[in-house]
Design a protein around this ligand. Structure first.
Ligand code: PAP
Length: 350
């Protein structure tokens, strides 16, 4: 695949690797398991968090083999909190001074590739019993990950590399996750396993892909307070409210601030526009393209649904919204972190 930052994946020492991967599979088979979501796929509980088997195996391999560099930038998100958007913005920003449009990681290549092809998830690179060759990549390397802070590969924690974290109001996050999984169930021709109400109940009790969401968010929040030079914490709602301002902070944080001249020339606005929901979702690659995730093919259009704040009010009852807000408030109490409460006067109901 002609992907800019997508590393060439080469099999090294296949037997040795196979042994490790067999070990990961054995370990996963002993973990608590829960069928979950519209597709009814298995989730496994590992160190307190719920994972599908495919990225979990990759995460275990990455923990053993991924070697971070101090210049690496790692975008971490809770699934469905704006990963696609953050990847696009960061990819376009970090590569903005590449002069040759023929270069594969020129920002304009993003107009031909889905952002997930431009910025790979570390745990997806370490899948299928093969170790990727990431040494040949030029810095700064840009990766993404969904793993909780406590399960990041040790070299990420020790290398001094920078982590950009993005999360989203749990209500919108759940609704986005629901629609995405529903699309997967339809694409795979599966009879719907869990209803929305069941998925809601499980989400509240911490069971969802990557959940419990609150623990995921809090760990990165605390780390961003402890080491602000290492972890930048953002919310989807902030990014929506002031995309340009957030992008400038992000660029500074990852070590490539916009110069005064670039700002005068409108470089920030140019990138914001290029990565906007409207622009990306209209690209041919995102309307009709597909990417492979594990054994599943995902239609790129499923990463672009509405891209707004507050769509929860079309899907949650007032009781559901209040309950999620209450859980969020309780979980975050004393941390200094909060999400806006549901403005119930705007609730449309169903
Ligand atoms: P992932 O974790 O599987 O990669 P992710 O990109 O985090 O998915 O989530 C998709 C959400 O981001 C969708 O939200 P929605 O379901 O509430 O609509 C999607 O629409 C939204 N999204 C994708 N691209 C953009 C963008 N450029 N601007 C704003 N929101 C976006």
């Amino acid at each position: 695949m002609a992907s800019p930052q997508r590393p060439s994946v080469s099999s090294k020492e296949p037997t040795d690797d196979q042994e490790s991967y067999n070990r990961y599979k054995d370990l996963i088979s002993t973990l608590p398991t829960q069928r979950w979501g519209p597709c009814g796929d298995d989730l496994h509980q590992h160190h307190g968090f719920w994972f599908p088997p495919f990225p979990l195996e990759g995460l275990m391999a990455a923990q053993d083999h991924f070697v971070a560099r101090p210049t690496d930038v790692i975008l971490v998100t809770f699934p469905k909190s704006g990963t696609t958007w953050l990847k696009a913005l960061t990819f376009a920003t970090i590569n903005r001074n590449r002069a040759d449009v023929a270069e594969p990681n020129h920002p304009l290549s993003m107009l031909k590739l889905n952002p997930h092809e431009c910025v790979p998830l570390i745990s997806f690179l370490y899948n299928d019993g093969r170790l990727p060759d990431l040494d040949s990549l030029h810095g700064p390397r840009l990766f993404a990950e969904h793993a909780p802070f406590s399960l990041l590969p040790e070299s990420v924690l020790g290398s001094g590399c920078r982590i950009v974290y993005l999360c989203r109001d749990p209500k919108d996050n759940l609704v986005s996750l629901w629609h995405y999984m529903l699309a997967q169930a339809r694409a795979r021709g599966l009879a719907q396993y869990h209803s929305f109400d069941e998925v809601f109940e499980l989400f509240c009790s911490g069971i969802s892909m990557g959940g419990p969401m609150w623990d995921h968010v809090l760990d990165y929040w605390r780390e961003s307070l402890r080491r602000p030079e290492r972890v930048m914490f953002m919310k989807y709602e902030q990014l929506k409210g002031d995309t340009g301002g957030c992008l400038k902070r992000l660029a500074e944080f990852i070590g490539c601030p916009f110069s005064e001249e670039e700002e005068r020339e409108g470089k920030v606005e140019e990138i914001v526009e290029m990565c906007s929901f409207e622009r990306l979702s209209e690209l041919e690659v995102n309307k009709n393209g597909r990417i492979g995730i594990g054994s599943t093919e995902i239609e790129n259009k499923d990463f672009f649904r509405k891209g707004v704040v507050g769509d929860w009010n079309r899907h949650l009852t007032a009781e559901m919204a209040e309950r999620l807000d209450r859980i969020t408030e309780e979980k975050f109490r004393g941390s200094g972190l909060k999400f806006e409460k549901a403005p119930l006067e705007n609730w449309y109901g169903h």
